[in-house]
Ligand binder design. Sequence first.
Ligand code: ADP
Ligand code: MG
Length: 252
Amino acid sequence: MSLLRTDGLTKQFGGLVAVDDVSFEVDSGETRAVIGPNGAGKSTLINCITGALDPTAGSVEFAGADITDLSPHETVQSGISKSFQTASIFPSMTVEENVQIAALAAEHGSFRFDFLKRLSGFDAVHDTTDRMLSAVELLGDADLEAGSLPYGDKRRLEIAIALASEPDLLLMDEPTAGMSPDETAATVDLVEDLQEDLGLTILIVEHDMEVIFRISDRILVLNRGQVIADGTPEQVQDSEDVQEAYLGGVEL
Ligand code: ADP
Ligand code: MG
């Protein structure tokens, strides 16, 4: 069953068509990847789904509802969350507080810092925080200052922050960027576990082909904003258009 669907999604920046008439679906429970050379429009596509960017044309449907014109915050409340990079972490707060703030924001629409002082009253927030810290294996580090975590753990904390709203669909834009091979392997394992443990549907942009072919059920390939292939890893690998797009040394 399709959970997310875009229809003719298009985003122009002046004369540049960054996302050009993209129609694709994400089924419930699958790990769906978006790949393509640098500048292909992958991040722009994700940002049109989250509401961070307003599409120029086309629509986005999630769980049967039209979410094209929702704000980023409304999109989160509808059940879609995006894992941001380290900018979303408050470094001088603890690991636990970082996830609590995100859980509170998801419940209340916004947060005020004085909520933190009254957190003991929010059982649901505590439960969610513990479950998500445990899912990313940071429960043992709950009381550490977030800024003191090693890089790989910070990235896991970002994932826990994204999960604090208890989304049905998790969007990830290059989650292994800047990671060592060990951290990359651990993150890939984590993504696979999350999907199984939390019943998540995942839409992931990733440049590491080995990662993509290992974890994806289906892969959407973009080039210059357009869909040039869409199918299983095997189908995509065999596509002449894909091989051509990746030749010429742009990226592999
Ligand atoms: P990818 O994530 O696949 O590398 P992007 O979606 O970031 O590609 O970018 C697609 C194209 O849109 C690129 O040519 C990029 O320079 C351009 N672009 C992205 N964001 C903006 C913006 N805010 N304003 C103008 N051009 C942009
Ligand atoms: Mg990008």
